[in-house]
Design a protein around this ligand. Structure first.
Ligand code: TYD
Length: 209
């Protein structure tokens, strides 16, 4: 029997765009197809990452923009080295909530840092690792806001940012997707979860080989 090839899929999108629901649907489908699925996320996909996640999402008070970018990059470096690469080497499917595109979109949207520099920092941290597929769940911030308001859980630091910030995050994501169409699948996050899942599956079939 030939060993299965590891496949790395990342999910991106604004807060409230439905990444978790899609990841759940995708994981079930992949497992039914007999694949081993590793569900993970950034920040916080490793033990060290959990500690970093706690700082970047829950620290009270400001974090200097470069320090914040480095914290995400540190989480990424450790996560890729200890979780993502070993799982892919075993032939597993890594299904990951957020990756370096989040850094470019969110840290870049603060306007203080340059998107290319942030991307290069992440690529250095991850030794150049890029996913086979990145699914971008595209959603207008006003729609996301309504969803988050009705979710009835406390906002983290970034969710509490203004709509204007989230509009810049969205633009940054769309620009990233346009620059790398072979890696990205952009889907309209207002579609029903099942419609979305179908689109994602159609694209993944080719990758599974
Ligand atoms: P999380 O609760 O994991 O995601 P979601 O809100 O989508 O369920 O929160 C992660 C937050 O961290 C999210 O607001 C985006 C932000 N983030 C960055 O700013 N930069 C990054 O590099 C990553 C990975 C996340």
């Amino acid at each position: 029997m030939t060993a299965e090839r590891g496949v790395w899929i990342t999910l991106e999108g604004g807060d409230g765009s439905g990444k978790t629901t899609q990841a759940d649907l995708l994981a079930t489908w992949l497992e039914e197809a007999g694949r081993t699925v590793v569900r993970t996320r950034e920040p916080g996909g490793s033990e060290v990452g959990q500690l970093i996640r706690d700082i970047v999402l829950h620290h009270r008070g400001d974090i200097a923009p470069r320090a914040e970018a480095l914290l995400y990059a540190a989480d990424r470096a450790h996560h890729v080295a200890t979780v993502v690469r070993p799982s892919l080497a075993r032939g597993e499917v890594v299904l990951q909530d957020r990756y370096l595109d989040s850094s470019v979109a969110y840290q870049g949207a603060g306007r203080v840092l340059d998107g290319t520099e942030i991307r290069n920092l992440s690529l250095w941290a991850a030794e150049g690792a890029l996913p086979d597929l990145t699914v971008l769940l595209d959603l207008a911030p006003e729609v996301a806001r309504v969803r988050l308001d009705s979710a009835d859980k406390p906002f983290d630091r970034l969710e509490a940012e203004k709509n204007e910030f989230h509009a810049r995050v969205r633009e940054a994501y769309l620009a990233l997707a346009a620059a790398e169409p072979e890696r990205f699948l952009v889907v309209d996050a207002t579609l029903s979860p099942e419609d979305l899942a179908q689109r994602v599956r159609a694209r993944i079939v080719d990758l599974l080989g």
